[in-house]
Design a protein around this ligand. Structure first.
Ligand code: S3P
Length: 167
């Protein structure tokens, strides 16, 4: 299948790995969040502010449906893309789905100074990351065709691991 989707938590490296994977595979890289921002002309936190998480998820589902209908793409999804059962079905059917599995402590270290992720603007963001990981890890595993363990290794090693699994 000529379509690859990366799933995983915020801070898992979907954008970094996706760009490198696309470059090495001669495919085009697209990021769902960037696509939503390009279409609306505003940043993700503004969408959450105006439309709430529900509004954002509707836009996210629309973009996932459209992008997974195009060939030759490496697609990075937002961390919450797997929450919707409809998205999970589309992803699993239409693409090779790769779960970037990164320990929550590493996710926390990578995202702790981030102000662009509305779900982490809470009094205890570390606890939030761990809770989201607990909730979502089974969903990522349900959808994934390939699971890649990462976090400490360099992005190049992860990309090589993915390419090997895709052979
Ligand atoms: C979200 C992850 C974000 C973005 C939004 C919600 C989530 O994407 O879609 O802030 O629910 O985990 P990244 O995983 O690219 O940070």
């Amino acid at each position: 299948m000529d379509r690859i989707v990366l799933i995983g938590m915020m801070g898992a490296g979907k954008t970094t790995i996706g760009k490198e994977l696309a470059r090495r595979s001669g495919m085009r890289f697209v990021d769902c969040d960037h696509e939503i921002e390009a279409r609306t002309g505003v940043k993700i936190p503004t969408i959450f502010e105006i439309e709430g998480e529900e509004g954002f998820r509707r836009r996210e589902s629309q973009v996932i449906d459209e992008l997974t209908s195009c060939d030759g793409l490496v697609i990075a999804t937002g961390g919450g893309a797997v929450l919707d059962p409809g998205n999970r079905a589309l992803l699993a059917e239409r693409a090779v789905v790769i779960y970037l599995n990164v320990p929550p402590q590493v996710l926390w270290e990578r995202t702790r100074h981030d102000r662009n992720r509305p779900l982490l603007q809470v009094p205890n963001p570390r606890e939030r990351i761990f809770a989201l990981h607990r909730q979502r890890d089974p969903l990522y595993r349900e959808v994934a065709h390939i699971i890649v363990d990462g976090g400490r290794g360099n992005p190049g090693a992860m990309v090589r691991q993915i390419q090997k699994a895709l052979e």
